[in-house]
Design a protein around this ligand. Structure first.
Ligand SMILES: C[S@@+](CC[C@H](N)C(=O)[O-])C[C@H]1O[C@@H](n2cnc3c(N)ncnc32)[C@H](O)[C@@H]1O
Length: 282
């Protein structure tokens, strides 16, 4: 049965549709004034691996969830926070191997929220950094589902901090760019990166582990100095973390990593700026 509300002003409509300051969601009424079910979606950034990087807000919402959609890189300790009776749905993606397609994920989340459930979508890193969080937010909003985003530590920040590689450094680098080596048309290194690196910026390259050779060749051919410091952080912030350091000329020689290893490439002078020479007899 339809419940009709009395007419509401624009401000009231906005207040109801917007998330509260602490990530909770006010009830979202349909545009036609119908009562909407209480279900909602939180897109939650879970950080790059270490469960201790989860925010308190994320942990609270995960503990209250009824339906949980989670990615491949979500740590089991984060999943362990979900209530016992919550429904857990794996929707992980790996190159060319998607458990569920993007539109399928969106459809399932919307259906669960429409059924009145508290839905959480657990994402590696931050939902809005190469996480398709924007698409999922738009899909939920288009369907009239209340949706809020909880920020997470993105891989570049987590990997750089854990590997002690500064992304900016006074007098060395005053800008840092988060970029992807992949586009929806395939893999390519953007022509804009070389001038940035030459201007002293730092580049954090996501999804670039499989194309180190092409990256180095392209940047070198565009005049980036061969002694530019680079680092590849594998499975950053986890117990398996490995950091390979060298120069741009050495980048292709970092060797293979086991299948399923996440890798972040950092390039720029600031990443070596905190290094100190330790005397051999120290
Ligand atoms: C699809 S993107 C998702 C990024 C995520 N939303 C974030 O904010 O970190 C996945 C890429 O992030 C990087 N990445 C994620 N977790 C990582 C980790 N623990 N160590 C190194 N790189 C990581 C890798 O480059 C990987 O290919």
């Amino acid at each position: 049965m339809r419940t009709l509300n009395r007419p509401r002003g624009l401000w009231q409509v906005l207040r109801e549709a917007l998330p509260t300051r602490h990530g909770g969601l006010r009830r979202c009424a349909g545009g036609d004034g119908r009562e909407a079910p209480e279900g909602h979606v939180h897109l939650i950034g879970c950080g790059p691996g270490d469960p201790e990087l989860l925010t308190l807000r994320a942990a609270r919402l995960i503990r209250e969830a009824q339906v949980v959609f989670y990615d491949r890189l979500i740590d089991p300790a984060v999943l362990a926070l979900t209530p016992r009776n919550a429904r857990r749905v794996y929707v992980g993606k790996r190159c060319g191997d998607h458990a569920v397609g993007q539109s399928g994920i969106e459809r399932q989340m919307i259906a669960a929220a429409r059924a009145g459930r508290r839905v959480v979508r657990l994402k590696g890193g931050d939902p809005f950094i190469f996480g398709r969080g924007g698409e999922e937010l738009r899909a939920c909003r288009s369907a009239g589902i209340a949706c809020a985003v909880v920020p997470g530590v993105t891989a570049a920040l987590g990997c750089a901090a854990e590997a002690a590689l500064p992304l900016t450094f006074r007098g060395v680098a005053r800008a840092v760019t988060f970029a992807t080596a992949q586009t929806d048309k395939g893999a390519e290194i953007d022509g804009a990166f070389a001038p940035m690196l030459s201007a002293g910026h730092t580049l954090a390259l996501y999804m670039g582990r499989r194309m180190l050779r092409e990256t180095a060749a392209r940047l070198l051919s565009q005049g980036v100095p061969c002694d530019l410091p680079v680092a590849v952080v594998l499975d950053g912030t986890t117990a398996r973390q490995r950091t390979l350091k060298g120069t741009l000329a050495q980048l292709p020689d970092t060797g293979p990593a086991p299948e399923g290893t996440a890798g972040l490439v950092l390039l720029g002078r600031s990443i070596a700026a905190a290094e100190i020479d330790v005397p051999a007899n120290a």
